[in-house]
Unconditional design. Structure first.
Length: 136
């Protein structure tokens, strides 16, 4: 599959109002975007670290995926995202390798990226996202 880099690491937090200033003050990173992804029931905040981003995820609904994650496991790393080219092909390829997919076809994620998730039961417990930048 050969991802080009780690696109981002997603971290579930209870409150962006607390987490954003922490990342800014302690790590010296700049929050360059805050975006709500309505169908995922999350508000996201982004920081750049080289080619990789940190994506903070705050739930907007306790029944949403991040709300449930925090209730079960608490705050922490929620997923890792690889940057790939030809996302639809890559999803097909990983499925052929016997990996269970959450998304069988690309869908729209934050920042205008096309995304697809692999099931953590198939990926050593790591919820794994593949991202494609449609402008590239
Ligand atoms: Zn993500």
């Amino acid at each position: 599959m050969k991802p080009t880099h780690i696109e981002h690491i997603g971290i579930a937090v209870k409150d962006l109002k607390e987490a954003i200033p922490f990342f800014e003050k302690v790590y010296g990173l700049e929050c360059y975007a805050v975006e709500e992804v309505v169908d995922q029931k999350v508000k996201t905040a982004f920081f750049k670290v080289g080619d990789t981003k940190i994506e903070l995820l705050e739930s907007t609904d306790p029944e949403g995926p991040i709300g449930k994650f925090i209730e079960k496991k608490g705050e922490g790393i929620h997923h890792m995202a690889f940057a790939v080219e030809n996302l639809a092909e890559k999803l097909k390829f990983v499925e052929e390798q016997g990996v269970r997919l959450i998304d069988k076809a690309p869908r729209k994620g934050a920042e205008g990226l096309n995304i697809g998730f692999l099931h953590p039961k198939s990926t050593f417990g790591v919820l794994t996202e593949l991202c494609e930048d449609p402008t590239k």
